[in-house]
Design a protein around this ligand. Structure first.
Ligand code: PLP
Length: 374
């Protein structure tokens, strides 16, 4: 008899996240220094919490229109128009996080067998979402400086390539692209007719002069961002995307028959949050970046992050990932082995969204480890 719960080939194609494994390991430790999971260390602000509670009490608990509450979409459109100029032929929709925006984009644009290009190292979800829709994620190499070079991408383009994913500031490297790089990517999209998917979820966590989006230089670009990181609400599942109107209207139907809508009261709360000034958090995170970067740079070759809250240092010369991870676990320090978000195992990812006290302890441990393993 066949197994009544025979797993689909689609589900079999998805491996458990290498990052989650460390999160779970952390739960079994008494007092770990956990720099493995990528979420801001601050909570939702009181003002935004009050807006969520008010929305619930006022009965905003029903489905919203699938594309999201009008106030939120209008505010986002204003924001994007101020940055990108005329966006009259574009539409904005609210999604269940950037994860939802990615899912809708892939569902709307990819057929089985199509290819997408993602950076290596990459945010793990890109590869798996591509697999889920029957497409194939191929990588373009951004080692060792983590710059998304148009030349490296061009080398990987085939006649099956349908999308180019870019992510700045980046998870896992913290690299933030500059204007010249964004212009090159925009030119590439215009030359090839292959759209960019620009994942800008870390846009507020920026330590260079400003966040640069390739959408400033081409319309051939789907922009997505969200409230998970900037407003400290990853569990609230609010994100959004902006793309040409006809494409977004297709996505309405896809969302209508899958997620239905983003959580209703939390859309109202996120709307309140869009007015919040981020500069204090930005300076706080810049200081955390400096604390860790200055603390480990003598023992680890590291590209100084221009944004986000990750660092992706190279392992010390001659040290393999397994030995390094064992040394970390022995000290109850949780970081992510580079192999969980790359085809290479030469680095590790640490998330500096933690208290300074924890970061100082982690820096001491990492320096200890480098000396011990030499
Ligand atoms: N994109 C990147 C680069 C991320 O790092 C994450 C979360 O870690 C996401 C998207 C997903 O975010 P959301 O919570 O908005 O689904």
């Amino acid at each position: 008899m066949t197994d009544p719960f025979r797993i689909s080939q689609r589900a079999l194609g998805i491996k458990a996240s290498g990052i989650r494994k460390f999160f779970e390991l952390g739960l079994s430790m008494k007092n770990p220094i956990d720099l493995s999971i990528g979420q801001a260390h601050f909570d939702v602000s009181d003002e935004v919490k009050a807006a969520a509670i008010a929305a619930i009490n006022e009965g905003r608990n029903r489905y919203t229109v699938t594309q999201g509450i009008p106030g939120m979409r209008e505010k986002l459109k204003e924001r994007y128009a101020a940055r990108f100029g005329n966006i009259d032929d574009c539409e904005v929709m609210v999604t269940c996080g950037v994860s939802g925006a990615l899912m809708l984009t892939f569902l709307a644009l990819l057929d089985p067998g199509d290819e997408i290009l993602i950076p290596d190292p990459y945010f793990v979800m890109y590869r798996h979402l591509a697999t889920m829709v029957g497409a194939v994620a191929k990588t373009y190499d951004i080692y060792p400086d983590f710059k998304p070079s148009a030349a490296a991408i061009r080398d990987q383009i085939s006649e099956k390539t349908r999308l180019i994913v870019v992510n700045s500031p980046s998870n896992p490297t913290g690299y933030a692209m500059n204007e010249a790089e964004a212009r090159e990517l925009a030119q590439l999209a215009d030359d090839t007719g292959i759209p960019l998917v620009s994942d800008e979820i870390y846009e507020d966590f920026i330590y260079t002069d400003r966040h640069v989006s390739p959408r400033e230089f081409t319309k051939n670009c789907i922009v997505m961002s969200g409230a998970s990181k900037s407003l400290g609400m990853p569990g609230w599942r609010i994100g959004w995307l902006m793309a040409p109107r006809e494409l977004v209207e297709r996505m309405y139907s896809l969302q209508q028959f899958s997620f239905v809508c983003a959580p209703a009261p939390l859309q109202w709360a996120a709307l309140k949050g869009l007015d919040q000034d981020f500069s204090e958090h930005r300076e706080e995170y810049r200081a955390k970046r400096d604390l860790v970067y200055d603390g480990i740079k003598d023992n680890y070759r590291t590209v100084k992050p221009g944004g986000a809250f990750y660092m992706f240092p190279f392992l010390p010369e001659g040290v393999d990932s397994e030995r390094f991870m064992e040394a970390c676990i022995k000290r109850e320090l949780l970081v992510v082995p580079g192999g969980a978000c790359s085809d290479k195992s030469t680095n590790f990812r640490l998330c500096f969204a933690a208290t300074d006290d924890k970061l100082k302890k982690a820096v001491d441990m990492l320096n200890d480890i480098a000396k011990e393993l030499k």
